[in-house]
Design a binder for this molecule. Sequence first.
Ligand SMILES: [Zn+2]
Length: 74
Amino acid sequence: MKTTETISHEAGNPEAWICLCGNHPSGDGFFPCDAKGNEVDPVPSEWTTNAYVCHKCGRIIDQHTLAVIGQKAK
Ligand SMILES: [Zn+2]
């Protein structure tokens, strides 16, 4: 079983995510997504995962734990 990856964030700023690929919010950014990494509107009817997709590498990130929970198919 694969070790769970977790992204980091800037010191003192939990909102300033830094992906394992080096992406950050003022770079390519992160977008709300479904379980497959497809971008969705951040409304309760569409966004049921609380997950974000990295716009650079496609890693799917849990908003609360910052764990990488998937990878968008290229
Ligand atoms: Zn990334």
